[in-house]
Design a protein around this ligand. Sequence first.
Ligand code: SF4
Length: 213
Amino acid sequence: MVDETALGRRSVPISALEHYAYCPRQAALIHVEAYFDSNVDTVRGDLAHAAVDRAGAGQDRRRYPVWRSLPVWSTGLGLHGICDVVEFGEHGPTPIEHKSGAYRPGGPADLQVAAQVLCLREMFDAEVPVGMVFSGRDRRRHDVVVDITLAALVVSTAAAVRQLLDLSAVPQSVHDTRCHRCSLRPGCIPEAPAHVAHSLFEPRTETAWEWDD
Ligand code: SF4
C-alpha cells in the first residue's frame, strides 16, 4: 500500500475523483467533512453493488479469472481505491466498475475507471488499454479507452483533490441541475447564500443558524 509519509504527499481515494468531477463541493463534503446522505439513486447503487462487494477470486462466464473488491494503488500517482471487479483476460487485467444508472461517455465514471486502469498498469506492469463501466440501466459493459488525454485528466484531478484535502477546503455550491439528484442536497443546502453555505459545517450555537434571504 502507499506510504504517504515517504512520498511526502497524501494518497487520494479514487472515489474522490469521481465525486470531484461531478461537483468539487460534493467531494469536499464527503472526503473533508465526512458527510454522506442517501437517496433513491445511492440505495439503488448499493443494491447493484451487493454482488461485487464480496471480496474474493472466481471465474466469469468465459472462464477468465476475476477478482472482486480488489484493492489497487499507484505509488507514482498517489492514488488508492478498490475495483469492483478486475477480469484477467488474454490481454491482462481489466477493471469493470459497476454503476446502477445509465452510462454517460466522458462522465465522472470514466475518470474513476481510468484511475483504476493507471493503478493496474503500475501494479502489474501491464498495458491495460481499457477499463469498463457496467451500466445497470442497459446491462452492458462500456469500454473506456485510457489514452494520454484521459490519463492526464486523472493526474490533474488527483492534484486538485489532494489540494482540497490538504487545505480541508469546502468549495462553494454549484447550485445547478447537478443538485437535483445529488444525495448530499439536504446537508449541502445549495440554495443557501454563499456566506452561509461556506460555513455550514462549522460548529455553532443553535441560534446562529438563521439567515436572511
Ligand atoms: S447539492 Fe449541488 S452543490 Fe451540493 S454537493 Fe450536491 S451537486 Fe454539489
